[in-house]
Design a binder for this molecule. Structure first.
Ligand code: ADP
Ligand code: ADP
Ligand code: ZN
Length: 215
């Protein structure tokens, strides 16, 4: 199964991606996670991306497209994948279409997770992220069992630089202007599936499963 996960920052893509990938045996490819890993390791790509990420701006398309091109060649992705945080612009979507054509692959669905802005702000301002594995938590809605410690890997939790008020508002604007047009793009291709992203985490996963069991 090959899927795209589309939705504003804080919609719960990462949280649901974990469940989707373990249930359907596919691999999550999160461009945000890959970029953050590059920053931690101090690579050229990480250094290039840093200033855009901290301001809540998009990293330029050519950088992201080269990165995803390399990722999609990895043999581990043969059984399927979930693209989380990519594509984010029409240019990226067009580049993905030609990559898929080259590789003789087709997408099964584009999942669109819908959450209103006021809820997104509540989720993002109290999000905490694991330094080691990237898993996300929420101080109130989804706290770890032990304060500040990742349930899965024991890593330390931190607040991302872009999960502060100013970059959050900018990211919501960037989503509105540059990413939202993709909803129309995929709706016209008849592969868009809409999911109400408000509610309990498990309940939302049940909604997603109902869709994926039919594709
Ligand atoms: P969130 O999960 O909150 O939506 P991400 O982890 O997906 O955030 O992305 C964090 C940042 O990484 C973005 O604000 C942007 O700077 C950069 N980024 C991630 N994916 C892309 C992409 N496909 N195109 C451009 N920039 C990206
Ligand atoms: P995204 O990857 O779309 O940016 P995340 O999965 O990181 O979003 O979730 C954003 C924040 O909201 C995290 O703090 C997460 O724990 C929390 N969260 C995720 N799903 C829900 C939900 N259904 N209700 C409340 N909070 C949620
Ligand atoms: Zn962890």
């Amino acid at each position: 199964m090959r899927l795209i996960f589309l939705g504003p920052p804080g919609a719960g893509k990462g949280t649901q991606a974990e469940r989707i990938c373990s249930t359907y045996g596919i691999i999550q490819l999160s461009t945000g996670d890959i970029l953050r890993e590059n920053r931690r390791n101090g690579t050229e790509l990480g250094k290039l991306a840093q200033k855009y990420m901290d301001a809540g701006e998009l990293v330029p398309d050519n950088i992201i497209i080269d990165m995803i091109k390399a990722e999609l060649q990895k043999p581990a992705l043969k059984t399927g994948y979930l693209l989380d945080g990519f594509p984010r612009t029409i240019n990226q979507a067009l580049a993905l279409d030609s990559l898929l054509e080259e590789m003789n692959q087709k997408l099964d669905a584009v999942l669109i997770l819908e959450v209103p802005n006021e809820e997104l702000i509540k989720r993002l301002t109290a999000r905490r992220t694991c330094k080691s594995c990237g898993k996300s938590y929420h101080l109130i809605f989804n706290p770890p069992r032990k304060e500040n410690i990742c349930d899965v890997c024991g890593g330390e939790l931190f607040q991302r630089d872009d999960d502060k008020e100013e970059p959050i508002l900018n990211r919501l604007k960037v989503y509105e202007n540059q990413t939202k047009p993709l909803i129309n793009y995929y709706t016209e291709k008849s592969i868009a599936k809409y999911i109400n992203g408000v509610g309990d985490i498990d309940e939302i996963f049940t909604r997603i499963k109902a869709i994926l069991d039919k594709v």
